[in-house]
Design a protein around this ligand. Structure first.
Ligand code: PHE
Length: 507
């Protein structure tokens, strides 16, 4: 109704100069009118300009003064010309006040009237007797309040006094002046937001006005589709994994195929000269498969050579001199390291004429470990190896320094270690600037002849290799001290969303 009134009025008139006046003329609630104006302004049917007016509002007390006279005048008039005992005055004042005022208001008028009449020096108090000090008084306060109520101008000084007596308070009135807008029409068509079945069925779609698309409206913030820090895209769309992949590629390494999580014990352990009695081969450390529990094919001749090197040695080694069971080698497991893949690749390489190779892989491995701040049963392993003639420990140190400096870890220390398949073996430590201490970051070594020679690799071929977890440098980069915050079912998804993108120290 308000909308129609506004549009209808503008059809014949230039403007609505004041929404307050308009609302009174048309008998429309001002708030309802304002809402209609705002709506029409939004649809460009009208152009609305703000009007602000300050208005003095009379308090309840002031309203009673307008009706009956101000408190001080009422009090003055209650004092007879001959004077009155102070003790009796309140009673007299109250009895002279209009009967329709309640007792509380009467007491209030008495109190205020007394204070004000004394202040005005209209009355005086001597020996408990109240007497008039002037002949006649004028009710200036009542007159001022009436003027204000009628919207007439009142001097600043008077306003100030009334304000201080809390008889009036300022109210800001907001309204509009309204003119036709660029899309003015005498009636508003409610534009359809969506094309619906009814529009088509009733053939209405041709005549309907559709709401314009607002291409500037902001979309809903997207909820899903957030990359995990391990895979998070960097500035040039590469993640931690890809950044390391890039480093390997820049260093001339080829990727190994790591697409099989299930491996036989033979490739995971035996071919690596890991004795069958080694604790890592216990079910406490490794996940063995129930179905299928064993592998059905192994390269038989190679298996024989591996068996021999375990039992009685060869190539200058004494072997372990213990029993070696084929059933143990056949057992299927979830690979405990990607070195199983390296072994398969080296074996394949040994089947042809020898060519030097640099291989790498980054993929998942599994260990039956007690999960704690730094261990998970499932993590990602980075592995690199170089296979060539005449390699030494110096080459290994050189390549490790090159590799790790490219991921931003240039201060390295090496510590002798033991792996069944490498000799010598070295643990790699890096100085952590944030933690101000050396942290272990990986393991490395030169593959033993007991591993390489049964494959058929020439005697003068050496393999230098190293491995580390992908989680380790990622944790260091993101400042995460609990691996469970990074990977696995306990990861806080909102943290994953908020984490900034980290870049390795690429240069
Ligand atoms: N396989 C080792 C591990 O799981 C890493 C390693 C790779 C060590 C190559 C030496 C050589 O920790």
């Amino acid at each position: 109704m308000a909308e129609e009134a506004v549009l209808g009025h503008l059809k014949h008139n230039q403007e609505i100069s004041d929404s307050g006046v308009f609302s009174q003329e048309k008998g429309i609630d001002h708030e309802e009118l304002v809402n209609a104006i705002k709506r029409l302004n939004g649809f460009l049917y009208v152009v609305a300009s703000d009007i602000k007016r300050e208005k003095w509002l009379l308090s309840e007390e002031a309203q009673s003064y307008v009706k009956y006279g101000s408190a001080e005048v009422l009090l003055f008039e209650a004092v007879p010309a001959e004077g009155i005992a102070k003790a009796k005055l309140q009673e007299i004042v109250k009895s002279k006040l209009p009967v329709d005022l309640d007792d509380k208001t009467k007491s209030l008028i008495y109190d205020k009237g007394w204070a004000q009449a004394m202040k005005n020096k209209w009355i005086g108090l001597a020996d408990s007797q109240v007497s008039r000090k002037v002949e006649h008084v004028e009710d200036k306060v009542k007159d001022l309040l009436i003027q204000i109520q009628n919207g007439e101008a009142v001097g600043a000084k008077d306003i100030d006094t009334l304000k201080r007596r809390r008889l009036i308070s300022l109210q800001i009135w907001k309204g509009y002046s309204v003119k036709k807008g660029p899309d003015y029409r005498p009636k508003r068509n409610k534009a359809a937001t969506d094309l619906v079945r009814d529009h088509l069925q009733r053939d209405e779609w041709k005549d309907i006005e559709f709401k314009e698309y607002n291409f500037l409206a902001k979309g809903q913030p997207t909820e899903g589709g957030c990359l995990h820090p391990l895979y998070k895209a960097g500035q040039s769309s590469i993640d931690v994994k890809q950044q390391i992949q890039m480093i390997f590629l820049q260093m001339g390494f080829e990727e190994m195929p790591t697409n099989n999580y299930v491996e036989s014990s033979f490739w995971n352990f035996d071919a690596l000269f890991q004795p069958q009695q080694h604790p890592a081969r216990d079910s406490h450390d490794t996940f063995f498969l129930k179905v299928p529990s064993t592998t059905n094919s192994l390269p038989e001749e190679y298996v024989e050579r591996v068996k021999t090197v375990h039992k009685s040695g060869g190539y200058g080694s004494r072997g372990y001199g213990n029993d070696w069971k084929r059933e143990e080698a056949n057992k299927n497991l979830l690979r405990t390291h990607t070195t199983a893949v390296s072994t398969r690749m080296l074996y394949a390489l040994a089947q042809g004429p020898f060519t030097p190779k640099r291989y790498y892989s980054i993929d998942r491995v599994f260990r039956n470990e007690a999960v704690d701040r730094t261990h998970l049963a499932e993590f990602h392993q980075i592995e690199g190896l170089i296979c060539d003639r005449g390699l030494s420990l110096g080459h290994l140190r050189g390549v490790l320094e090159d590799f790790f400096s490219r991921i931003g870890m240039s201060k390295l220390k090496f510590k002798p270690a033991y792996n069944p398949y490498t000799e010598p073996s070295m643990e790699i430590f890096s100085y952590h600037e944030g933690l101000k201490k050396w942290v272990e970051i990986g393991n490395s070594g030169m593959f033993r002849p007991e591993m390489l020679r049964p494959m058929g690799l020439p005697e003068d071929v050496q393999v230098i290799a190293w491995g580390l977890s992908l989680e380790r440098p990622t944790m260091i980069l993101y400042g995460i001290d609990n691996i469970r915050d990074l990977f696995g079912h306990k990861v806080d998804l909102s943290l994953t969303k908020r984490n900034p993108i980290c870049r390795l120290g690429l240069n």
